[in-house]
Write a protein that binds this ligand. Structure first.
Ligand SMILES: *[C@@H]1O[C@H](CO)[C@@H](O)[C@H](O)[C@H]1NC(C)=O
Ligand SMILES: *[C@@H]1O[C@H](CO)[C@@H](O)[C@H](O)[C@H]1NC(C)=O
Ligand SMILES: *[C@@H]1O[C@H](CO)[C@@H](O)[C@H](O)[C@H]1NC(C)=O
Ligand SMILES: *[C@@H]1O[C@H](CO)[C@@H](O)[C@H](O)[C@H]1NC(C)=O
Length: 283
């Protein structure tokens, strides 16, 4: 471009500035959905405007905010992480407006109150990962929380598992260190995708001898419950990464296999009448 006089220069400069602003606005729009941004600001406010989230402000594009990730094409928020910030608040209702969320991680805060029903695929259809462990959440696990990776350990949850869990598809379920009761055998089944199940230190009560181990399961930690029956014979053939059935009411011979042998007596102790290696022989 050849500029012949100052007036043209001014015009060109203004034009370039306008183009630049338009590009920035378009860019911001592309990188950050407007209503998602409003929802995030409502989340921040509901969490009590913690100093750690001071970078969540209306001037910066929301997809660049700490703990926020977006789909680069749509600008929708897909991942929300507010981890270990010692925040004391209920789970913010505004999260329900982030309808493209795939993962939510609010672990290790001091969140209290119940787990809201919107934290599941009914309200958030793409949600496959939910971490709320290490908070002070109370009340029941909602029937809508059928999220593939469901990590709710270390709260104060009570009651039984919802009936909807029997037909749900789970991969990783961690409900350890709550006060949950009743039957957890609905999570098992030969055709299930469940690969990790942690139920330690609750009051679950069911017959382990009657469950079918899901094919992919290689982590089973059910210690300190009221589980009865025997250890399924199929356990002998599994390549366990973690296995702990201690402090239940189990009975009968421990199925003998290379991988159950990796775990010492501590993982079987405190039952009614389990026997055989690594415990004393059955009489
Ligand atoms: C907004 O956040 C950015 C960091 O993302 C920070 O540099 C800026 O100072 C903040 N602005 C306000 C007004 O807080
Ligand atoms: C982003 O969203 C578009 C439209 O919904 C989808 O086709 C694409 O797979 C998404 N990208 C990623 C990386 O998930
Ligand atoms: C967490 O917050 C509480 C008050 O809500 C405070 O008493 C406590 O010291 C904080 N803990 C840490 C590690 O900051
Ligand atoms: C969700 O978004 C709608 C529409 O913008 C708004 O009216 C509503 O208050 C939002 N909900 C929460 C809990 O912020």
């Amino acid at each position: 471009m050849q500029l012949k006089n100052p007036r043209e220069l001014v015009t060109a400069t203004v034009l370039l500035a306008v183009l630049g602003l338009a590009a920035a606005a378009r860019c911001d729009g592309a990188l950050c959905d407007k209503s998602d941004k409003a929802a995030l600001l409502a989340v921040k406010s509901a969490l009590g405007d913690p100093p750690a989230l001071s970078g969540w402000n209306s001037t910066a594009a929301c997809c660049s905010w700490a703990g926020v990730s977006c789909n680069a094409t749509t600008g929708r928020v897909t991942d929300l992480t507010v981890f270990a910030l010692n925040i004391s608040a209920p789970v913010p209702a505004a999260i329900a407006n982030l309808t493209a969320l795939r993962s939510v991680n609010l672990a290790y805060n001091r969140l209290h109150g119940g787990i809201p029903a919107f934290l599941g695929p009914r309200a958030l259809p793409d949600l496959t990962f939910l971490r709320l462990d290490g908070n002070r959440l109370s009340g029941p696990v909602p029937p809508t929380a059928t999220v593939f990776n469901l990590l709710l350990a270390g709260n104060q949850l009570t009651g039984q598992l919802p009936g909807t869990f029997a037909g749900a598809v789970f991969g990783d379920v961690d409900l350890a260190d709550n006060q949950l009761t009743g039957d957890a055998s609905v999570l098992f089944g030969a055709k299930k995708q469940l690969n990790a199940l942690r139920l330690s230190r609750n009051r679950f009560e069911f017959d382990l001898g009657r469950v079918e181990l899901p094919e992919a399961m290689d982590i089973l930690e059910i210690d300190h419950n009221v589980v009865y029956g025997s250890i399924p014979a199929a356990a002998a053939a599994r390549k366990w990464l973690a296995f702990d059935v201690s402090y239940n009411r189990l009975c009968g011979p421990i199925p003998q296999g290379r991988y159950t042998h990796r775990f010492g007596p501590k993982h079987f102790a405190g039952n009614m009448c389990l026997c055989g290696r690594p415990l004393p022989p059955c009489s």
